[in-house]
Structures are given as C-alpha cells and as structure tokens.
Design a protein around this ligand. Structure first.
Ligand SMILES: Nc1ncnc2c1ncn2[C@@H]1O[C@H](COP(=O)(O)OP(=O)(O)OP(=O)(O)O)[C@@H](O)[C@H]1O
Ligand SMILES: [Mg+2]
Length: 292
C-alpha cells in the first residue's frame, strides 16, 4: 500500500538536475548535457518531451530511470529520492522502454521475455502467469506468446518490450522515441497502446521527434533546447507558441499550421491538434452552416 507521503507526492519531481557525461561515459565531463532542469509530473499525466537532436532528452530519461545518476540536484519518484534507490527499485516504479527496444530483447519466447524480470525477483510461476498474460493482452501480443521475439516484425518487437516493462508492474512508463524506425501504421499502433495505458491510469512520458504524434497523443508537452527545459505547458498551449518553438528548432505539425491558417477564414474555436480533430471541427461547422 502507498504511504500517505507517497500517495500525495507527484509521480516524478526533478529538482535542479544538472548532469555531465564524465570520462567514464566517454565524455569530457566539462560541458553539461543537462543544466538546471526542474519539473514535476503528476500521476496519470501523458507528457511528450520534444527538442532538437542533442537537446538532452535521452540523458534526462536515463537520469530519471537511474541508468545515469544526477551530478547535481535531485530526482524524486513518488516522493523518494532516487539517490537512495538502486536501479531495480527505480524500475519497479518507472519502467523504461529504450530508443532501440531490440536491445532489450534476449529471451527465447515473448512469454519468457515478459516473465524475465519477475523470475529474477523470485516470484513463483503461478504469480508470474497472470501478470505476463495481462501485459501481453495489453499490447495485443497474447497470440505470439510462444514466438521468438527477435523474429517478430518491428512493431511486434517494440510491443514485446512494452509488455516486459508492463509485467514488472510499474505505473510510470517512460519511452524514448517509441515510434522511431516504425512505419506510419506501427507508429500509430504503438501510440494507441500508450494512449490506452494512459486511459488505464498509467503515467506516460515519451520523447519524440514526430511532432504530429506529440500533438495528437500528449496532453502536456515539455520542450528542451541545448540541455535546458525551455517550454512546458498543455499541448494546445505549446503548439500555439510558434515563435518560441521556432527558437527551439521546432516546427509545429502541418495540421496545426493548416488549422491556424483556416482560423483566419473560418470560425474555428481553437487550433486542431490532429487531422481527425480538424475534420470534426470542419464537419461541425458544415453542420451548423447547413442547419441555418
Ligand atoms: N555517452 C555519451 N557520452 C558523452 N556525451 C554524450 C553521450 N550521450 C549523449 N551525449 C551528449 O549529451 C548531449 C545530450 O544528448 P542526448 O542524447 O541526451 O540528446 P537527445 O535530445 O536525446 O538527442 P536525440 O534527439 O538525437 O536523441 C549531447 O550533446 C550529446 O552529444
Ligand atoms: Mg535521444
């Protein structure tokens, strides 16, 4: 059961985080990869982190999940300082799907992949089975439970990794470019899984370079530029600030730009965040016009 402190604490709180890649990581340690980052994410938020190459997005996620450790500042997961948590304790709270999920696949079957961490924790097969089955169902891979993960298609491989993270039971899920290298259909399938998980109460944080996915799926957007956090707001708010985004090297998705153009001509109430939303707005307008 959650303690009162943990129940009231944000899912994630980052307080003045600074990080440099030291000699151990192959860097010089002289120039920080993250500078003075502070943010707080509540339970069940759906947050996209965007920014140009090298902005520090992956470094931030790795600090968050304990793969890298803060140089200055603190990270709290449900009120607990990650400095006091081994990686295994962090991953029990915050599951991480890395940018190239293939690197996280090593078992002989999809089932064993999802069961691996739980077996490591010493759970019995009877305890493991329902958790693994639920995770496979959540990503739509139940039929592939006996398949060799590496032999699956790219989209299915990504789902196998998501299932293995889900099986661990973490309620915070962190994804580094979940749609990268996926075709359009698989990207959407993966993002739809994230959306369903969000609907089921999970806290979702994902990094993406695909602005249309950030706009359509995220509720909140955090923008990084040159190691710093430069914008943080609701998705609609962030994508309406085109001038600031441009300074961070980001172009809002075409559909938002089109919507904004149309707002000059038509009485649209707000900027549409996806083609479907623009379609609905236009149809509603058409309905109103014809209804008169
Ligand atoms: N292992 C490493 N050793 C040294 N420097 C690194 C290492 N990994 C990243 N960096 C540097 O840290 C900074 C932030 O990199 P990071 O990978 O976090 O950016 P990113 O926003 O994830 O970029 P991308 O969109 O290309 O994935 C960059 O200047 C990068 O060159
Ligand atoms: Mg990255």
């Amino acid at each position: 059961m959650l303690t009162k402190q943990a129940a009231e604490a944000p899912a994630v709180k980052i307080d003045r985080l600074t990080f440099s890649y030291g000699a151990r990581c192959g860097g010089t340690g002289s120039s920080p990869a993250l500078e003075d980052i502070s943010l707080s994410i509540a339970d069940n938020e759906f947050t996209a982190i965007i920014g140009q190459n090298g902005a520090g997005k992956t470094t931030l996620l790795k600090n968050l999940t304990g793969l890298l450790r803060p140089e200055k500042g603190d990270i709290f997961i449900r009120g607990k300082n990650t400095r006091d948590m081994p990686v295994s304790a962090i991953s029990a709270e915050a599951g991480f799907v890395m940018q190239n999920p293939d690197r996280q696949l090593f078992a002989d079957t999809v089932y064993d992949e999802a069961a691996f961490a739980l077996r490591n924790r010493g759970l019995s097969e009877a305890e493991i089975k329902p958790r693994v089955e639920a995770a496979l169902n959540a990503v739509g891979l139940a039929e592939e439970r006996e398949s060799f993960p590496i032999a699956l298609g790219r989209g299915e491989r990504a789902k196998a990794v998501i299932a293995s993270v889900l099986a661990m039971g973490s309620k915070i899920l962190i994804f580094d470019e979940p749609a990268s290298g996926q075709d359009y259909r698989n990207s959407r399938r993966i993002m739809d899984i994230l959306r369903e998980l969000h609907g089921g109460g999970y806290t979702i944080i994902f990094v993406t370079h695909i602005m249309s996915l950030a706009a359509e799926y995220a509720r909140r957007v955090i923008v990084m530029k040159e190691k710093r956090l430069v914008m943080d707001g609701t998705t609609a708010d962030i994508f309406s600030r085109a001038g600031e985004l441009e300074k961070a090297g980001i172009l809002p998705p075409q559909i938002i730009r089109l919507g904004r153009e149309l707002r000059g001509e038509l009485p649209l109430q707000k900027d549409p965040l996806s083609a479907a939303e623009l379609g609905d707005m236009l149809l509603a307008l058409k309905g109103r016009t014809y209804g008169k």
